[in-house]
Design a protein around this ligand. Sequence first.
Ligand SMILES: [Zn+2]
Length: 93
Amino acid sequence: MSVRMRHTRAHTRNRRSHHFLKGAAVSKCQKCKKPVLPLTMCENCGTYKGREIVDVLKKLTKKEKKHKERELEAKEEVKGSKKSLDAVSLSKK
Ligand SMILES: [Zn+2]
């Protein structure tokens, strides 16, 4: 093999300055607001684009089921309370 042209440390480092990793493009689940990879189902609540694809509660044991149901209900209640507050504030105006 022939000897390549001489390169400096700066040239090597400038070239390698573009070799860094970029963070994954993460979006939020429409239902539970957890971070989700694009074009994949949410692993927390089993929905994709707002539609339920997989029943998440089916595979869990009784104890885990109760815990998960409470978790999902709590999030929905928070959503509902926010909406009701908006309605009240709008009616006052
Ligand atoms: Zn979700």
